[in-house]
Design a protein. Structure first.
Length: 611
């Protein structure tokens, strides 16, 4: 009788598993600006090594694809090879026995269709379309292009005011972004190859806390030009700031009696305290920006009048209209818009939810803000109802975790159907249709479908709808500015075609997006308005970046910011985040690999040397 043995991994398998983790880290840390054809070949080699080789499509077909892509990179192919690659990939997809071969071929097919221009450039000119100077990942992924390694190096040296000055060169909202930015700069941080990404937002927060008041640069000599800015949100104020520094007279038209847009009226005080936002706004206004409060453009003053009075105009009205679901009972007493609710809180008008059960519909950051605010307004129970899975939520992970820690309940895979109300029209329940997850949509998220289950009744007193925001575009459409799918149409330069001197950007062009994207749009608009007015001003900063310290970069844990205990913070609207200690910030800043000095910008060897 043979003896059974406990199966244990051999040393080779242990090493293979370790190598897989190394590959995962490298993929996570893949910087922008890489040659997409070269990258496709690398992934194809990895996929080919994973196949079993039993079927011809994988064993032979993937090898043929590798040979053809190599010919493209080596400059030994003609344009007909593109059709051959596409045809071969389709055959493999149709005949491979398993997902390994299918997905490998599918990846190549998507590539040859998605970046065909790169294939053509390699074949005809022996080079890649991507830049010879590979961008530093954190800088490239920051929409505003802030010099992240530079200000982290300054923080390490204790030069906090200089760090803020360097940030302001590209982003006039260092304080607001230090608190609420979604930090896309961390996504491809090369430190991921060693341990974890740098806590860039946390370090910015520390610099803001330590710097105190930092004067803005002096304005350039006056040009005598006047620019109207419609909307006093982050995009409009960013454009006004840079235009003012360039010597132009920037006049902001704001329909509210406070500046900040959704920074003030959409983000609760516990995330972005009013006094913190005021620091950024006061700095912007100190450059000479003029503000006309309580003026609704298109109602109190016409766009035609502004066009006559000003040399140029930038429209940055944001997305501050609520959207309806269109479900039965939506007009019941107790159904409120998250946008309206947060706007009232921003005005200081706090609704009383004491003892109420609140159902928040949505899975984005606005939904999380509404849910967490409801807890602070005295709600007994808060339920976040979402039609997809938790992992499909568009809200940043920290916000979802914060909501759960404060007592909000997530009810996922439930699509709102109707609102139930009593004889007096007051909300008594929200009815939902259970969902089952299905095929991937165009954004790569699995699409929910109605499940074969009965509708679910969720008892509640208040329903908060947080499913998106709209643009108040009618006055601008009437003036002649093109509108498509509910947003204004503008070029990537922010110019509105066939309307010289009129520019538009931010949420009113892209739809609801992040604060840093609105800031970047304002910065781009300011530069192009300056060119339109006949100038070419450059915003510079005379801060000297510290030299690189030559030291070993050993694996080290990431220093995270601390927060007030959930049981304490949910009782008020005071700030949740506490920031870093001086010791923690210096330790975190020392983890930066200084990619602005090492690892980028140099030519690769072999075939890549011809790029």
């Amino acid at each position: 009788m043979s003896r059974l043995r406990i199966s244990t991994p051999d040393s080779a398998q242990v090493v293979v598993e370790s190598l897989y983790k190394d590959v995962e880290r490298r993929i996570v840390a893949s910087p922008p600006g890489l040659c997409p054809v070269d990258l496709s070949l690398s992934f194809l080699n990895l996929c080919h090594s994973q196949t079993c080789g039993k079927c011809v499509p994988c064993r032979v077909g993937l090898d043929q694809l590798k040979s053809m892509i190599t010919e493209v990179l080596d400059g030994d192919a003609d344009l007909s090879i593109i059709d051959n690659i596409e045809r071969t990939a389709k055959v493999i997809m149709q005949s491979a026995d398993c997902a390994i071969g299918y997905e490998a071929a599918h990846m190549v097919l998507k590539g040859v269709q998605g970046f065909k221009d790169d294939y053509i450039e390699h074949i005809e000119n022996g080079r890649c379309l991507c830049s010879l100077e590979q961008p530093v990942p954190c800088v490239a992924l920051c929409p505003a292009g802030v010099d992240v390694p530079g200000y982290i190096a300054l923080i390490r040296e204790g030069r906090y005011k200089d760090a803020i000055r360097l940030i302001r060169k590209d982003n006039p909202f260092p304080t607001a972004c230090a608190l609420i930015c979604e930090h896309p700069c961390e996504a491809r941080c090369r430190r991921n190859m060693i341990d974890d990404s740098i806590n860039i937002r946390g370090l910015k927060r520390f610099a803001v806390d330590m710097a105190g008041e930092v004067p803005v640069p002096e304005n350039a000599p006056s040009t005598g030009k006047k620019v109207a800015i419609i909307g006093g949100g982050p995009g409009g104020l960013s454009a006004a700031y840079y235009l003012s520094l360039m010597g132009h007279k920037a006049v902001v038209y704001e329909k509210e009696h406070k500046l900040g847009g959704m920074l003030h009226f959409g983000i609760p005080n516990y995330r972005l305290p009013e006094e913190s936002l005021s620091k950024d706004i006061d700095a912007i206004l100190s450059t000479g920006v003029e503000v006309k409060y309580g003026v609704a453009v298109g109602k109190d003053i016409s766009i035609k009048e502004l066009k006559k009075e000003y040399d140029a105009m930038y429209i940055s009205i944001g997305a501050q209209l609520d959207r309806k679901i269109g479900m039965e009972g939506e007009e019941s007493n107790g159904v409120v818009s998250a946008v309206e609710m947060l706007h009232n809180i921003g005005l200081g008008n706090y609704p009383d939810f004491t003892g109420k059960t609140v159902a928040v519909i949505g899975g984005g950051n606005v939904a999380m803000d509404a849910a967490r605010s409801s807890i602070r307004l005295g709600a007994k129970d808060v339920k976040i109802v979402y039609r997809r899975r938790k992992e499909d939520m568009t809200a940043i992970a920290e916000e979802v975790e914060g909501a759960e820690a404060e007592g909000c309940e997530l009810i996922t895979l439930q699509a709102p159907k109707r609102v139930e109300s009593d004889e007096e029209g007051n909300v008594t329940a929200l009815w939902t249709q259970p969902q089952i997850i299905g095929k991937m949509d165009s954004w790569g998220r699995p699409r929910p479908e109605n499940a074969d289950l009965p509708e679910k009744r969720i008892e509640c007193d208040i329903v908060v709808v947080a499913i998106g925001q709209g643009i108040e575009y009618k006055p601008f459409e009437d003036f002649g500015i093109p509108v498509k799918r509910g947003v204004l149409e503008a070029l990537s330069s922010s110019e509105v075609e066939e309307l010289p001197g009129i520019f538009a950007g931010g949420d009113c062009v892209t739809g609801p997006a992040t604060v840093i994207k609105a800031i970047a749009a304002g910065k781009v608009a300011a530069a192009n308005i300056d060119n339109y007015l006949g100038y070419n001003h450059l915003i510079s900063c005379d801060v000297e970046i510290p030299n690189v310290r030559l030291e070993d970069k050993v694996a080290c844990g990431r220093v995270n910011v601390t927060e007030r205990p959930a049981g304490e913070r949910k009782l008020d609207f005071e700030e949740v985040e506490l920031g870093m200690t001086c010791e923690g910030a210096k330790r975190e800043a020392s983890r930066c690999l200084r990619c602005d000095k090492f690892g980028y910008g140099s030519f690769k060897g072999g075939r890549a040397a011809r790029w």
